[in-house]
Design a protein around this ligand. Structure first.
Ligand SMILES: Cc1cc2nc3c(=O)[nH]c(=O)nc-3n(C[C@H](O)[C@H](O)[C@H](O)COP(=O)(O)O)c2cc1C
Length: 340
C-alpha cells in the first residue's frame, strides 16, 4: 500500500501520464486491471485559465477511475496556482506538476523539463501551488536537464521542502529524450535523500522488472508508461507476481474483450470515426508479438467503423486458432468470436 499525503492507494502501481494515451477510456481499462492510481495526460495550466474548451476536455473523468491524479504543466507560478484550484474543483484527487517533458514545444515556453535548469523557478512554482492545493501534491521530474547540471538530489530536496507529498523520478536527462536506459541508481539516490514517498519510473516493461525496481531502488511506488500500451494486463501481472502467483498472459478472448471495450469507450468520448483512427494504432500494440500480426495490420488500414474493424480482428483471431489446430467452433463460442 502507498500513502500520498492523506490519500491511501490500494496498491503501489501507478499509470504514468502519457499525452495522447492516458485519456479516460485507457485509464478506466488500466484501473480495472489493477492500477492503484491513474494519471491524466499533461494539461496546460495556461489553457485552463484561458478557458480553452479543448483543454477542458482533458479533465473529463468518471467516478470509476478514482482516485485520479491530474497533471498540469506551465511556467508561471500564479498561472499554475490558479489552474490547480480549477483541477481540484473539477475532479483531481492528486495534483501532479510536470517537470520533465522534453518536447520542444513545451521546453521552449520554459515549462516541463526546462524547469530543471532553474531551482528558483521550481521553488516558486511548488510553493505557489502548495499554498492553494487542498489535495495531495506530487511532482514528476527527470534526472536533470543534462549530465552535469544541478543535481537531482538538490532538485528533489527543494520540492520536498516546498511541501510536495511525493516525487516521481524518471531517471533520464531531458536532453536524452527516451534514448538510452533509465538509470535506476538515480531513483535509489533520490530515495535515500527524501522523507516523502519516491515513485520510480522508467523501462518497466514486464512484471519482474517492477519487482526488480522496488528491490534495487527501495522506491515506494512504481509508475508504468509505455509497457502498458497494448498490455494493460501488466498491472495485474505485477500484482500476481508480487503475491507469489505466476502472472498469466492474456488469451485471445481477453484481448478481444478489452479491445472492444476500449473501442466502445473511445467512441462514446470522441465519436466512431476518431475512435477508429486511434484504435488502428492501438490494435498494432494489442496484437504485438502474436503470430502473423503484420498480415492483420493490412486488413484494417483506412477502416473507419467499429463493425469492420472488429470483424477484421475476429478473422485474424480465427486464423490464429486454426493455425494452432484448435477446434474453431467451440473456441469461437468460448472466445465470443463472431458476436456483434
Ligand atoms: C507517448 C508518451 C507521452 C507521454 N506524455 C507524458 C505526459 O503527458 N506527462 C509526463 O509527465 N510524461 C509523459 N511521458 C513520459 C512517461 O510518463 C514516462 O515518464 C516515460 O514514458 C518513462 O516511463 P516508461 O519507460 O514506463 O514508459 C510520455 C511518454 C510517452 C511515451
Amino acid at each position: 500500500m502507498l500513502k500520498i499525503g492523506t490519500l491511501k492507494l490500494k496498491n503501489r502501481l501507478i499509470m504514468a501520464p502519457m499525452s495522447g494515451i492516458t485519456n479516460l477510456p485507457f485509464r478506466l481499462i488500466v484501473k480495472r486491471l489493477g492500477a492503484g492510481l491513474v494519471t491524466t495526460e499533461m494539461i496546460s495550466a495556461m489553457g485552463l485559465i484561458r478557458n480553452h474548451e479543448k483543454t477542458f476536455r482533458y479533465l473529463q473523468s468518471s467516478q470509476e477511475e478514482r482516485p485520479l491524479s491530474v497533471q498540469i504543466f506551465g511556467y508561471d507560478p500564479h498561472v499554475m496556482a490558479e489552474a490547480t484550484e480549477m483541477v481540484v474543483d473539477a475532479s483531481a484527487d492528486i495534483v501532479d506538476i510536470n517537470m520533465g517533458c522534453p518536447a520542444r514545444k513545451i521546453v521552449k515556453t520554459g515549462a516541463g523539463g526546462a524547469l530543471l535548469r532553474s531551482p528558483d523557478k521550481i521553488r516558486d512554482i511548488v510553493s505557489a501551488v502548495r499554498k492553494v492545493c487542498s489535495v495531495p501534491l506530487t511532482v514528476k521530474i527527470r534526472a536533470g536537464w543534462s549530465p552535469g547540471m544541478p543535481g537531482v538530489g538538490e532538485t528533489a530536496k527543494i520540492i520536498e521542502e516546498c511541501g510536495a507529498d511525493a516525487i516521481t523520478i524518471h531517471p533520464r536527462f531531458v536532453t536524452q529524450g527516451f534514448s538510452g536506459k533509465a538509470d535506476w541508481k538515480i531513483i535509489r539516490e533520490v530515495k535515500t535523500e527524501l522523507k516523502i514517498p519516491v515513485i520510480g519510473n522508467g523501462d518497466v516493461s514486464d512484471p519482474s522488472l517492477a519487482l526488480d525496481m522496488i528491490r534495487e531502488t527501495g522506491c515506494d511506488g512504481v509508475m508504468i508508461g509505455r509497457g502498458a500500451i497494448g498490455n494493460p494486463w501488466l498491472f495485474k501481472q505485477i500484482l500476481d507476481l508480487g503475491n507469489g502467483l505466476k502472472p498469466s498472459l492474456p488469451g485471445l478472448s481477453d484481448r478481444r474483450a478489452i479491445i472492444i471495450e476500449h473501442f466502445k469507450f473511445l467512441s462514446d468520448l470522441l465519436g466512431e470515426k476518431r475512435a477508429s483512427k486511434i484504435m488502428r494504432g492501438l490494435l498494432l500494440r494489442y496484437t504485438k508479438g502474436l503470430p502473423h500480426s503484420s498480415r492483420f495490420r493490412g486488413s484494417f488500414t483506412g477502416v473507419n467503423d467499429f463493425n469492420t474493424m472488429i470483424s477484421a480482428m475476429d478473422n485474424y483471431f480465427e486464423t490464429l486458432l486454426r493455425d494452432r489446430g484448435l477446434k474453431v467452433d467451440s473456441e469461437r463460442e468460448r472466445l465470443g468470436v463472431g458476436e456483434s
